[in-house]
Ligand binder design. Structure first.
Ligand SMILES: Cc1cc2nc3c(=O)[nH]c(=O)nc-3n(C[C@H](O)[C@H](O)[C@H](O)COP(=O)(O)OP(=O)(O)OC[C@H]3O[C@@H](n4cnc5c(N)ncnc54)[C@H](O)[C@@H]3O)c2cc1C
Length: 285
Protein backbone atom coordinates (compact mmCIF):
# COMPACT_ATOMS: atom_id res chain seq x y z
CA UNK A 1 0.00 0.00 0.00
CA UNK A 2 1.45 3.41 -1.04
CA UNK A 3 1.78 5.94 1.73
CA UNK A 4 -0.08 9.18 0.98
CA UNK A 5 1.91 12.37 0.64
CA UNK A 6 1.42 14.82 3.52
CA UNK A 7 1.24 18.57 4.07
CA UNK A 8 1.05 20.88 7.08
CA UNK A 9 -0.83 24.15 7.61
CA UNK A 10 0.43 26.95 9.88
CA UNK A 11 -0.76 30.45 10.71
CA UNK A 12 1.32 33.61 11.25
CA UNK A 13 1.98 34.00 14.99
CA UNK A 14 0.52 37.04 16.76
CA UNK A 15 3.17 37.45 19.45
CA UNK A 16 6.64 36.34 20.50
CA UNK A 17 5.43 33.38 22.52
CA UNK A 18 3.38 32.02 19.61
CA UNK A 19 6.31 32.67 17.27
CA UNK A 20 8.45 30.45 19.51
CA UNK A 21 5.86 27.65 19.29
CA UNK A 22 5.70 27.98 15.50
CA UNK A 23 9.46 27.95 14.94
CA UNK A 24 9.89 25.01 17.31
CA UNK A 25 7.30 23.04 15.35
CA UNK A 26 8.28 23.86 11.78
CA UNK A 27 11.62 21.96 11.65
CA UNK A 28 10.19 18.99 13.55
CA UNK A 29 7.33 18.53 11.10
CA UNK A 30 9.45 19.49 8.07
CA UNK A 31 11.62 16.48 8.97
CA UNK A 32 8.75 14.26 7.76
CA UNK A 33 9.41 15.62 4.27
CA UNK A 34 5.92 16.95 3.49
CA UNK A 35 5.21 17.70 -0.17
CA UNK A 36 4.31 21.25 0.90
CA UNK A 37 3.54 23.43 3.92
CA UNK A 38 1.04 26.29 3.91
CA UNK A 39 0.65 29.60 5.73
CA UNK A 40 -2.83 31.02 6.26
CA UNK A 41 -3.79 34.56 5.38
CA UNK A 42 -6.10 36.93 7.15
CA UNK A 43 -7.62 34.35 9.48
CA UNK A 44 -7.71 35.67 13.07
CA UNK A 45 -6.65 39.17 12.01
CA UNK A 46 -3.18 38.33 10.66
CA UNK A 47 -1.91 40.60 7.92
CA UNK A 48 -0.73 39.85 4.42
CA UNK A 49 2.82 40.93 5.34
CA UNK A 50 2.90 38.42 8.24
CA UNK A 51 1.89 35.65 5.87
CA UNK A 52 4.51 36.44 3.25
CA UNK A 53 7.19 36.91 5.88
CA UNK A 54 6.45 33.59 7.62
CA UNK A 55 6.15 31.76 4.29
CA UNK A 56 9.47 33.12 3.04
CA UNK A 57 11.26 32.28 6.29
CA UNK A 58 9.77 28.81 6.31
CA UNK A 59 11.02 28.20 2.79
CA UNK A 60 14.51 29.46 3.67
CA UNK A 61 14.72 27.40 6.87
CA UNK A 62 13.40 24.10 5.48
CA UNK A 63 13.68 24.08 1.68
CA UNK A 64 10.16 22.56 1.59
CA UNK A 65 7.79 24.08 -1.04
CA UNK A 66 5.51 26.62 0.63
CA UNK A 67 2.01 27.71 -0.33
CA UNK A 68 0.45 30.90 0.93
CA UNK A 69 -3.29 31.16 1.41
CA UNK A 70 -4.71 34.20 -0.36
CA UNK A 71 -8.22 35.60 0.04
CA UNK A 72 -9.81 38.01 -2.44
CA UNK A 73 -12.78 39.38 -0.50
CA UNK A 74 -12.60 43.15 -0.01
CA UNK A 75 -9.30 43.43 -1.92
CA UNK A 76 -9.23 45.12 -5.34
CA UNK A 77 -8.08 42.94 -8.24
CA UNK A 78 -5.13 45.26 -8.92
CA UNK A 79 -3.78 44.73 -5.41
CA UNK A 80 -4.18 40.96 -5.72
CA UNK A 81 -2.30 40.92 -9.04
CA UNK A 82 0.57 42.90 -7.49
CA UNK A 83 0.60 40.51 -4.57
CA UNK A 84 0.59 37.46 -6.84
CA UNK A 85 3.55 38.88 -8.78
CA UNK A 86 5.39 39.53 -5.51
CA UNK A 87 4.79 35.95 -4.32
CA UNK A 88 6.03 34.56 -7.62
CA UNK A 89 9.21 36.68 -7.40
CA UNK A 90 9.77 35.44 -3.82
CA UNK A 91 9.66 31.84 -5.10
CA UNK A 92 6.21 31.09 -3.68
CA UNK A 93 4.52 29.34 -6.58
CA UNK A 94 1.63 27.60 -4.85
CA UNK A 95 -1.44 29.54 -3.70
CA UNK A 96 -4.40 28.31 -1.67
CA UNK A 97 -7.04 30.51 -3.35
CA UNK A 98 -10.01 31.40 -1.17
CA UNK A 99 -12.84 33.85 -0.82
CA UNK A 100 -12.25 34.57 2.87
CA UNK A 101 -14.96 35.08 5.43
CA UNK A 102 -17.67 37.64 4.65
CA UNK A 103 -17.16 40.99 6.39
CA UNK A 104 -20.29 42.25 8.18
CA UNK A 105 -20.80 45.11 5.71
CA UNK A 106 -21.06 42.82 2.66
CA UNK A 107 -23.82 40.44 1.57
CA UNK A 108 -23.43 37.09 -0.12
CA UNK A 109 -23.64 36.59 -3.10
CA UNK A 110 -21.48 39.54 -4.06
CA UNK A 111 -22.61 41.88 -6.81
CA UNK A 112 -20.50 41.79 -9.98
CA UNK A 113 -17.88 44.55 -9.76
CA UNK A 114 -15.16 45.35 -12.26
CA UNK A 115 -12.66 46.10 -9.48
CA UNK A 116 -13.27 43.04 -7.29
CA UNK A 117 -13.57 39.30 -7.85
CA UNK A 118 -17.05 37.88 -7.40
CA UNK A 119 -16.35 34.16 -7.06
CA UNK A 120 -13.33 32.04 -6.15
CA UNK A 121 -13.44 30.37 -9.59
CA UNK A 122 -12.85 33.82 -11.18
CA UNK A 123 -9.95 34.40 -8.78
CA UNK A 124 -8.40 31.00 -9.61
CA UNK A 125 -8.65 31.64 -13.38
CA UNK A 126 -7.04 35.09 -12.96
CA UNK A 127 -4.16 33.74 -10.84
CA UNK A 128 -3.50 30.98 -13.36
CA UNK A 129 -3.50 33.49 -16.21
CA UNK A 130 -1.10 35.76 -14.31
CA UNK A 131 1.57 33.12 -13.55
CA UNK A 132 1.72 29.35 -13.77
CA UNK A 133 0.89 28.96 -10.06
CA UNK A 134 0.00 25.63 -8.51
CA UNK A 135 -3.45 26.33 -7.05
CA UNK A 136 -5.30 24.57 -4.25
CA UNK A 137 -8.82 25.52 -3.19
CA UNK A 138 -11.00 24.77 -0.17
CA UNK A 139 -13.98 22.40 -0.20
CA UNK A 140 -16.63 21.42 2.29
CA UNK A 141 -17.83 17.81 2.77
CA UNK A 142 -20.71 19.14 4.91
CA UNK A 143 -21.24 22.08 2.48
CA UNK A 144 -20.08 25.63 2.99
CA UNK A 145 -22.34 27.49 5.47
CA UNK A 146 -23.30 30.02 2.75
CA UNK A 147 -24.29 27.39 0.18
CA UNK A 148 -28.01 26.66 -0.32
CA UNK A 149 -27.29 22.92 -0.75
CA UNK A 150 -24.42 20.45 -0.97
CA UNK A 151 -25.12 19.96 -4.70
CA UNK A 152 -24.83 23.70 -5.34
CA UNK A 153 -21.60 23.79 -3.34
CA UNK A 154 -20.17 20.90 -5.37
CA UNK A 155 -21.10 22.82 -8.54
CA UNK A 156 -19.10 25.75 -7.15
CA UNK A 157 -16.17 23.39 -6.49
CA UNK A 158 -16.43 22.09 -10.04
CA UNK A 159 -16.14 25.67 -11.34
CA UNK A 160 -13.00 26.21 -9.24
CA UNK A 161 -11.43 23.02 -10.62
CA UNK A 162 -12.48 23.88 -14.19
CA UNK A 163 -10.86 27.30 -13.69
CA UNK A 164 -7.53 25.52 -13.13
CA UNK A 165 -7.27 24.48 -9.46
CA UNK A 166 -4.95 21.50 -9.06
CA UNK A 167 -6.51 20.09 -5.91
CA UNK A 168 -9.07 20.81 -3.21
CA UNK A 169 -8.39 20.56 0.52
CA UNK A 170 -11.38 19.82 2.70
CA UNK A 171 -12.64 21.59 5.76
CA UNK A 172 -11.91 19.35 8.78
CA UNK A 173 -14.35 16.57 9.60
CA UNK A 174 -14.49 13.78 12.19
CA UNK A 175 -16.74 11.25 10.49
CA UNK A 176 -14.88 9.76 7.52
CA UNK A 177 -18.17 8.59 6.00
CA UNK A 178 -19.05 12.25 5.35
CA UNK A 179 -15.83 12.55 3.37
CA UNK A 180 -16.40 9.30 1.44
CA UNK A 181 -19.96 10.40 0.55
CA UNK A 182 -18.57 13.75 -0.58
CA UNK A 183 -15.99 12.02 -2.80
CA UNK A 184 -18.77 9.97 -4.36
CA UNK A 185 -20.91 13.07 -4.99
CA UNK A 186 -17.90 14.85 -6.56
CA UNK A 187 -17.16 11.81 -8.74
CA UNK A 188 -20.78 11.90 -9.98
CA UNK A 189 -20.16 15.50 -11.07
CA UNK A 190 -17.03 14.23 -12.85
CA UNK A 191 -14.61 16.17 -10.62
CA UNK A 192 -11.27 14.49 -11.20
CA UNK A 193 -8.85 16.66 -9.21
CA UNK A 194 -7.63 15.23 -5.89
CA UNK A 195 -9.82 16.08 -2.90
CA UNK A 196 -7.43 15.96 0.03
CA UNK A 197 -8.78 15.42 3.54
CA UNK A 198 -7.96 18.24 5.98
CA UNK A 199 -7.35 16.76 9.45
CA UNK A 200 -7.58 18.63 12.72
CA UNK A 201 -5.60 17.51 15.77
CA UNK A 202 -7.72 18.38 18.82
CA UNK A 203 -5.39 20.37 21.09
CA UNK A 204 -8.23 22.01 22.99
CA UNK A 205 -11.68 20.45 22.82
CA UNK A 206 -13.62 23.60 23.83
CA UNK A 207 -12.01 25.82 21.20
CA UNK A 208 -12.50 23.08 18.61
CA UNK A 209 -16.23 23.04 19.47
CA UNK A 210 -16.48 26.81 18.91
CA UNK A 211 -14.63 26.56 15.60
CA UNK A 212 -16.72 23.58 14.46
CA UNK A 213 -19.89 25.50 15.21
CA UNK A 214 -18.74 28.43 13.00
CA UNK A 215 -17.80 26.06 10.17
CA UNK A 216 -20.92 23.91 10.67
CA UNK A 217 -18.75 20.83 11.03
CA UNK A 218 -20.49 17.92 12.76
CA UNK A 219 -19.00 16.89 16.09
CA UNK A 220 -20.34 13.37 16.70
CA UNK A 221 -21.80 12.52 20.12
CA UNK A 222 -19.25 9.76 20.63
CA UNK A 223 -16.44 12.35 20.30
CA UNK A 224 -18.07 14.63 22.88
CA UNK A 225 -18.46 11.70 25.30
CA UNK A 226 -14.85 10.58 24.89
CA UNK A 227 -13.46 14.07 25.56
CA UNK A 228 -15.87 14.59 28.41
CA UNK A 229 -14.34 11.56 30.12
CA UNK A 230 -10.83 13.10 30.03
CA UNK A 231 -11.74 16.76 30.56
CA UNK A 232 -9.82 17.01 33.84
CA UNK A 233 -6.61 15.45 32.58
CA UNK A 234 -4.57 17.24 29.93
CA UNK A 235 -2.28 14.28 29.26
CA UNK A 236 -5.19 11.88 28.78
CA UNK A 237 -6.90 14.37 26.45
CA UNK A 238 -3.75 14.64 24.35
CA UNK A 239 -3.40 10.84 24.27
CA UNK A 240 -7.02 10.51 23.19
CA UNK A 241 -6.67 13.17 20.47
CA UNK A 242 -3.58 11.41 19.14
CA UNK A 243 -5.19 7.96 19.12
CA UNK A 244 -8.32 9.25 17.38
CA UNK A 245 -6.36 11.05 14.68
CA UNK A 246 -4.22 7.96 14.06
CA UNK A 247 -7.39 5.88 13.71
CA UNK A 248 -9.03 8.43 11.41
CA UNK A 249 -5.90 8.66 9.21
CA UNK A 250 -5.46 4.88 9.06
CA UNK A 251 -9.03 4.48 7.85
CA UNK A 252 -8.47 7.13 5.15
CA UNK A 253 -5.26 5.41 4.04
CA UNK A 254 -7.01 2.02 3.96
CA UNK A 255 -9.63 3.63 1.73
CA UNK A 256 -7.03 4.85 -0.73
CA UNK A 257 -6.48 8.57 -0.07
CA UNK A 258 -3.34 9.92 -1.75
CA UNK A 259 -2.71 12.91 0.47
CA UNK A 260 -3.29 13.95 4.10
CA UNK A 261 -3.32 17.64 5.05
CA UNK A 262 -2.86 18.45 8.75
CA UNK A 263 -4.16 21.67 10.34
CA UNK A 264 -1.28 21.82 12.81
CA UNK A 265 -2.41 24.99 14.63
CA UNK A 266 1.35 25.63 14.77
CA UNK A 267 1.91 22.85 17.30
CA UNK A 268 3.92 19.76 16.51
CA UNK A 269 2.55 17.70 19.42
CA UNK A 270 -0.08 15.24 18.20
CA UNK A 271 0.72 15.75 14.48
CA UNK A 272 4.28 14.42 14.90
CA UNK A 273 3.10 11.42 16.92
CA UNK A 274 0.41 10.70 14.35
CA UNK A 275 2.88 10.89 11.44
CA UNK A 276 5.32 8.60 13.24
CA UNK A 277 2.57 6.11 14.07
CA UNK A 278 1.52 6.08 10.39
CA UNK A 279 5.09 5.10 9.47
CA UNK A 280 6.50 8.41 8.23
CA UNK A 281 10.19 8.66 9.15
CA UNK A 282 11.49 11.97 10.46
CA UNK A 283 14.86 12.74 8.86
CA UNK A 284 17.65 13.76 11.24
CA UNK A 285 18.30 17.52 11.17
C1 LIG B 1 -8.33 24.47 3.33
C2 LIG B 1 -8.90 25.78 3.78
C3 LIG B 1 -8.05 26.84 4.11
C4 LIG B 1 -8.56 28.08 4.51
N1 LIG B 1 -7.69 29.11 4.79
C5 LIG B 1 -8.16 30.34 5.08
C6 LIG B 1 -7.27 31.46 5.30
O1 LIG B 1 -6.06 31.32 5.24
N2 LIG B 1 -7.82 32.66 5.56
C7 LIG B 1 -9.19 32.87 5.63
O2 LIG B 1 -9.62 33.99 5.86
N3 LIG B 1 -10.04 31.83 5.44
C8 LIG B 1 -9.56 30.58 5.16
N4 LIG B 1 -10.45 29.54 4.95
C9 LIG B 1 -11.88 29.78 5.09
C10 LIG B 1 -12.51 30.30 3.77
O3 LIG B 1 -11.96 31.53 3.39
C11 LIG B 1 -14.00 30.46 4.05
O4 LIG B 1 -14.60 29.21 4.28
C12 LIG B 1 -14.75 31.23 2.96
O5 LIG B 1 -16.02 31.58 3.52
C13 LIG B 1 -15.01 30.41 1.71
O6 LIG B 1 -13.95 30.43 0.85
P1 LIG B 1 -13.82 29.38 -0.37
O7 LIG B 1 -13.02 30.03 -1.44
O8 LIG B 1 -13.38 28.06 0.12
O9 LIG B 1 -15.33 29.16 -0.80
P2 LIG B 1 -16.07 29.44 -2.17
O10 LIG B 1 -15.77 28.36 -3.11
O11 LIG B 1 -15.87 30.82 -2.61
O12 LIG B 1 -17.57 29.25 -1.68
C14 LIG B 1 -18.19 30.20 -0.83
C15 LIG B 1 -19.67 30.20 -1.17
O13 LIG B 1 -19.85 30.64 -2.51
C16 LIG B 1 -20.54 29.67 -3.28
N5 LIG B 1 -19.96 29.78 -4.64
C17 LIG B 1 -18.66 29.68 -4.97
N6 LIG B 1 -18.51 29.85 -6.29
C18 LIG B 1 -19.76 30.04 -6.80
C19 LIG B 1 -20.26 30.29 -8.11
N7 LIG B 1 -19.44 30.37 -9.16
N8 LIG B 1 -21.61 30.45 -8.26
C20 LIG B 1 -22.43 30.39 -7.19
N9 LIG B 1 -22.00 30.17 -5.91
C21 LIG B 1 -20.67 30.00 -5.73
C22 LIG B 1 -20.26 28.36 -2.59
O14 LIG B 1 -21.24 27.38 -2.84
C23 LIG B 1 -20.27 28.80 -1.13
O15 LIG B 1 -21.57 28.93 -0.65
C24 LIG B 1 -9.97 28.27 4.58
C25 LIG B 1 -10.83 27.20 4.28
C26 LIG B 1 -10.32 25.97 3.89
C27 LIG B 1 -11.26 24.82 3.58
Amino acid sequence: MNKPTISFEYFPPKNEKLAQTLWDSVPKLAAFDPSFMTVTYGAGGSTRDNTIDVATQMHEKTGIPIATHLTYINTPRKELYALADHLWEKGIKHIIALRGDMPKDLNWPLDPDADYFQYTSHFVAALKARQDFEISVGCYPEKHPDAPSLDKDIEALMKKIDAGADRAITQFFFDNNLYYDFLEACAKMDIKAPICPGLLPIHDFSSMLRFASTCQTTVPDWLVEKFDAVKDNEQDAKKLATELLIRQSEDLIKNGVNHLHFYTLNKCAITDEVCSALGYQAKAA
